[in-house]
Each structure stands twice: as C-alpha cells, then as structure tokens.
Design a protein around this ligand. Sequence first.
Ligand SMILES: Nc1nc2c(ncn2[C@@H]2O[C@H](COP(=O)(O)OP(=O)(O)OP(=O)(O)O)[C@@H](O)[C@H]2O)c(=O)[nH]1
Ligand SMILES: [Mg+2]
Ligand SMILES: [Zn+2]
Length: 307
Amino acid sequence: MEARVYRSTGSWYLVKHPEWGFGQARMKGRFKIDDISSTNPVAVGDLVSVEREVGSEGNWLITDIHKRRNYVNRRAPAQRLRHHIVAANLDQSLLVATLRDPRTSQGFVDRFLTACEAYHIPAAIVVNKCDAFRAKEEERFKAWENMFSDIGYPVFRTSGVTGEGIAELKSWLAGRVTLVSGHSGVGKSTLINLLLPNLSLRTREVSGWSGKGLHTTTFAEMFDLPDGGALIDTPGIREFGLVDIDAGELSHYFPDLRSRLGGCQFNDCRHLDEPGCAIKAAVERGEIHLERYISYCTILESLESGD
Ligand SMILES: Nc1nc2c(ncn2[C@@H]2O[C@H](COP(=O)(O)OP(=O)(O)OP(=O)(O)O)[C@@H](O)[C@H]2O)c(=O)[nH]1
Ligand SMILES: [Mg+2]
Ligand SMILES: [Zn+2]
C-alpha cells in the first residue's frame, strides 16, 4: 500500500500510511535512485512503498518511490549543479509575497510563476501583511492585483494578524494539495497556522525579524486540511534558481507572451531586438505589462549565461 511523505529531514522521513497512520521511515539500504542529481531523492508529497523494519521498534523502510505526477524543482542553493525537489504530486502552488518587511520583488514573483508554468502547476499569489499597508503598498497591491489577475493568476490579500482574507484563501485551498512558498519572514507558517486551527507551527517573534538570514521553518512539511487537501509549508527561499528550462522555451511559460508568439516574424524570435517581433510591439502598445517583459528579459539573460 502507498504511503505519502509528509516531512523529509534528509535521513528520516515522516510518512503517512492509509492504515498504519503516521510513522518514521528511512530508505532501505540498497535502493535504486534514478534521480542522482537531486539533493533529496525523496521529497515531501512523494508516494512511496513502505515495509516494517525488522528488529526495530515501529520504524519503517521506504522500499520504492512511485512515479511522480508532477513536482517543483529548483537549483540547490549550495550546490549549483544539483537540484532540489521542493515537493511532488501537487495540485497547485501559492506564492506568499509581502510588499515590505521583507519586500518581495516582481522579479522573484515572475521567476516563481515561470517555474510553476514549466511544471504545469496552477499558481496563485497571496500578498500578506496587509495590516501594515501604507498608501504606497496599497497602490502597489492594486497594480499587482490588476496585472497578475489579467494574466490569469488569482491574487489574494491577507493578514496573519487580523485574519483578513483568510476565508477567501481557504476556499481556494479546499480539497487540493498546495505548495506554499516565498521568502523567509513573509508569513507562510503564520497563514498555515490560521488555516489549521489545531496546529502551532513555529513562527518568529515580530521583534526577532532582522530581515535576513534567519529561517524559522527548516524543513518542508505537509499538513492535512480539515476538509480534504493539504498544505506544504516550506523554508523561506532567497531566490528561485530555475532548472529544467531552456532559454528558447521561456516565452511559453509567460501566458501573457505565449498567446502572441505566433505573431513574431521569426520562429526563433527571442523578443529582444528582432524585426517584426509581436511581443515588443505589444509591450509598446501597453498590451503586455512592461514589468513582465523586463522579468522575461532578465530571466532569459540568466538562463543564457547559465547563472
Ligand atoms: N504585521 C504582520 N506580521 C505578520 C503577518 N503574518 C506574519 N507576520 C509576522 O512575520 C514574521 C514571520 O512570520 P512566519 O510565519 O514565521 O514567516 P515564514 O514565511 O514562515 O518564514 P520562514 O519559515 O523563515 O520561511 C512573524 O513575526 C509573524 O508574526 C501579517 O499578516 N502582518
Ligand atoms: Mg515558516
Ligand atoms: Zn518576438
């Protein structure tokens, strides 16, 4: 019978079996791993075969990893040639962003959305800490809301302090397995705490937030939602290192560019300074948001330089 991985700490895994419930498991010694370039061959959300470990109290062995329906991969921060499977077998993903303390840049949002498009995982954005919005953040929120919902990404506005927007978010999450991602300190664990009343995830004291370097959540972990579906809390990430994406395919992962690609004069148009480019023309007419086009160019450059 299949068990699902709820937490992975490197050598031990918390898994849930439909009959046995939760248990601690480790990988069976000799084990064929196809995915040798990954820093974590078993990821949260993976479906695995387990058996009871002989001679050990209540521990299980993972004997097989089942084929993933999908996954999100990012470049391993410390080992640039390897990748890290953020989570597997997802229905959707949620990027938690904040406009200050810390500030999430549009470039970061667009990189995350690009990765979700590449892995065919529907994505939404939640802008948290709306209790701390000043006029400037209100304006920025409205601009993001218009731009991203135009492209087809739902945008939520929440506060982990006042509870604003939690009900709307709840209905979007219901019954689905959602990856929750974003910079450190944006309030991922705080929001998950609110969505799961019986859980008390570790979050950082407000006074302890120094802006950089401190991560409260250190392992990805999945939590069942009371009415079906689950949330996967993840440690904050500073940047989303894209893997598995060819520069030539990048424009396909921007839905706002994708719909116009047929209009370019050249099949292999990079949409930079080629003649007859439908993308640049649409940017000039204001039909594609300039910020999105800038993100496209920045990501293209980083892919082409292998950065
Ligand atoms: N003002 C305000 N503070 C918030 C809100 N949500 C979370 N915080 C605070 O922001 C800090 C970081 O919250 P966490 O939930 O730990 O952030 P995280 O995204 O899980 O961070 P990592 O686990 O490091 O990735 C804590 O001090 C929270 O109390 C919010 O909506 N408004
Ligand atoms: Mg956290
Ligand atoms: Zn073009």
